[in-house]
Design a protein around this ligand. Structure first.
Ligand SMILES: Cc1ncc(COP(=O)(O)O)c(C=O)c1O
Length: 321
């Protein structure tokens, strides 16, 4: 028996349909109690703020969030006794708002992007709330370093992964998992996935905010670009088509970023199996250089990816219609 719902945080690693001669395996983060990968940083950020004396009983938490971090914080706030206010762009899905409210959180909607939500959260912070700042807070990538990656090391059962391919929002997921796995597997590639129309890492345009949770439109301080071997972009249409395919053909219900990541994870696995260079795009951040062995793999390549949340969180958007 667990003492708290927070102790149930964790997820399975599942082999998904993989190109011949390869294994693509995904962390099904919808299995976390709040339904996404964000339960992990939510718990870690609250615990770090308590340890640093920034958060005390009776305090209220505020965070700008496009959704899943809000759900995670609402859950952790309910489980630990803090009031939580979440500031989110009005364009994000209705399910998320309802779930946050179900956990007792207050929601403030702002017109515009996550940048506008950040501004409003700063105002509430100035009025006395405690802001956890998922884009800067080191506890965010650390949560993935200490939990997601440690679970993976166990779940790999001795196999050596050739690449990690993961979507980037705050960068906490790819940075935390990438750092820990790179320690264990120095030759492993770490590859970011970002929206085609919010392609900051690829040096592309920032013209649309189409993916929930991915592509914030700026270079997140929590993304360690030096870990990356390269970056891929994905269009919203192909990502959503992949969500429908995985659900119907494999029985795995994932959100947009999971569909996007799976597409590129399969591309990488296919290239490895054919002995071809997967063709990672360069990261445009200052000082970034590809590692010499980027794009190489062993026999029977294994590519890891992350499905950050469930397709259920997107029903009202018509994704599966
Ligand atoms: C659905 C979804 N996908 C991907 C991500 C990206 O994860 P990270 O912020 O760790 O980069 C998030 C983050 O909120 C998300 O909610």
């Amino acid at each position: 028996m667990d003492d708290s719902v927070l102790e149930t945080i964790g997820s399975p690693l599942v082999r998904v349909d993989s190109p011949p001669g390869t294994t693509v395996a995904a962390k099904l983060e919808s299995h976390n109690p709040g339904g996404s990968a964000k339960d992990r940083p939510a718990r870690y950020m609250v615990e770090a703020a308590e340890a640093d004396g920034l958060l005390e009983p009776g305090d209220a938490i505020v965070e700008p969030t496009s959704g899943n971090t809000g759900v995670g914080l609402a859950l952790v706030g309910a489980a630990t006794g803090y009031d939580v206010t979440l500031v989110m762009p009005a364009s994000k899905s209705e399910e998320r708002r309802r779930v946050m409210k179900a956990y007792g959180a207050d929601i403030e909607l702002v017109e515009g992007s996550i940048e506008d939500a950040k501004e409003h959260a700063d105002e509430l912070e100035a009025d006395g709330m405690v802001q956890l700042r998922q884009f800067e807070n080191e506890a965010n990538p650390r949560s993935h370093y200490e939990t997601t990656a440690e679970e993976l090391l166990d779940q790999l059962e001795g196999r050596t992964p050739d690449a990690l391919v993961a979507g980037v929002g705050t960068g906490g997921t790819v940075t935390g998992i990438g750092r820990r796995l790179r320690e264990a597997f120095p030759a492993m590639d770490v590859v970011a996935v970002e929206p085609e129309r919010s392609a900051v890492l690829s040096g592309g345009p920032v013209e649309a905010d189409e993916f929930q949770g991915m592509g914030p439109g700026f270079l997140s301080p929590n993304l360690d670009v030096d870990l990356l071997d390269g970056v891929f972009t994905v269009g919203i249409g192909e990502a959503e088509a992949e969500c429908r395919r995985i659900a119907r053909e494999e029985g795995v219900l994932v959100g947009q970023s999971g569909g996007a990541s799976n597409l590129r994870a399969r591309d990488v696995a296919r290239a490895f199996a054919a002995g071809e260079d997967p063709g990672y795009g360069d990261v445009t951040a200052a000082g970034w250089e590809p590692r010499p062995d980027a794009g190489e793999s062993g026999a029977d390549p294994l590519v890891l990816t992350v499905f950050p949340d469930s397709g259920e969180r997107y029903m009202s958007t018509g994704l599966f219609d």
